[in-house]
Design a protein around this ligand. Structure first.
Ligand code: DGL
Length: 273
């Protein structure tokens, strides 16, 4: 069983930092036989406040680096990179490329009863309006309200996921949105599942929280089945973690996002052109 034999090539996953580990975790749990190479572009995080042109350049550099690891499929585990760079990466790469927005939108459409959906994400994602467009393409009868919550990312990165301060921040961001009578709230940023508790406390019991990680893992399975890329043997995949800066900090913070200790985190040079 060698990597050169197509199905044994790893899956590539990248994000601007640790957030994409929430997606990586679901893929690893759903497909234990598959090996994964994860890249966190920690030298350039956050992507959420940067322009589309900049995010496209960074995302292309991440993809190019992962391609050198002989990946068979790429998962863009970052909402901002998906919003701005998915189409470019699909055009430029010869392997399947999946993002997190379409799976998140699909999950929201299947969960909502009233059709009133809230979306929270980075400034880049919310200003792009991509969730509204994607959700309404799937279900034109829905009404989508969205709010950017830029402070959530540093809180999650710092591990401040409980307590009065994050509760107040969540209240400040979400109160108006909840008043729109939504029954579903999309966590449109890979960092936000870590803030599920304070977000749920403000949103209340009548609002279902949707996290795209699980649905993305299902989309990965469907694509790999279709492309005949799944490992069918009873083997255990390996997980490799690469970062463009600060491997020690990534190891520490990453545990919460990945749900278990990360095997050695390696520093790599990611060079956008
Ligand atoms: N991972 C990013 C996202 O899902 C959030 C962090 C950032 O701004 O880079 O949009």
């Amino acid at each position: 069983m060698t990597e050169g034999n197509t199905p044994y090539r790893p899956i590539g996953v990248f994000d601007s930092g640790v957030g994409g580990l929430t997606v990586c975790r679901k893929i690893a749990a759903t497909l234990p036989a598959e090996s994964i190479v994860y890249l966190g572009d920690t030298a350039r995080v956050p992507y959420g406040s940067k322009s589309a042109a900049t995010v496209i350049r960074y995302a292309q550099a991440c993809a190019d680096l992962l391609v050198t690891h002989n990946i068979k499929l790429l998962v863009v585990a970052c909402n901002t990179a998906t919003a701005f760079a998915l189409e470019t990466l699909r055009q430029n790469l010869s392997i399947p490329v999946l993002g997190v927005i379409d799976p998140g939108a699909r999950a929201a459409c299947s969960v909502t009863t009233s059709g009133r959906i809230g979306v929270i994400g980075t400034r880049g994602v919310i200003n792009s309006n991509i969730y509204t467009k994607t959700i309404q393409k799937i279900r034109p009868d829905t009404c989508v309200h969205s709010v950017a919550c830029p402070l959530f990312v540093p809180f999650a990165e710092e591990g401040w996921t409980e307590g009065s301060i994050i509760h107040q921040v969540a209240q400040t961001y979400l109160t108006k949105l909840i008043k729109k009578d939504i029954d579903t709230l999309v966590l449109g940023c890979t960092h936000y599942p870590l803030l599920r508790n304070p977000i749920a406390a403000v949103a209340g019991n009548s609002v279902r929280l949707v996290d795209s990680a699980e649905e993305t893992a299902r989309a990965v399975v469907r694509t790999m089945e279709k492309e005949n890329l799944l490992i069918r043997d009873n083997v255990q995949g390996t997980h490799r973690f690469l970062v463009s800066d600060g491997p020690e900090g990534f190891s520490q913070t990453g545990i919460q996002f990945f749900g278990q200790a990360l095997s050695a985190v390696e520093w790599v040079d990611v060079c956008p052109k």
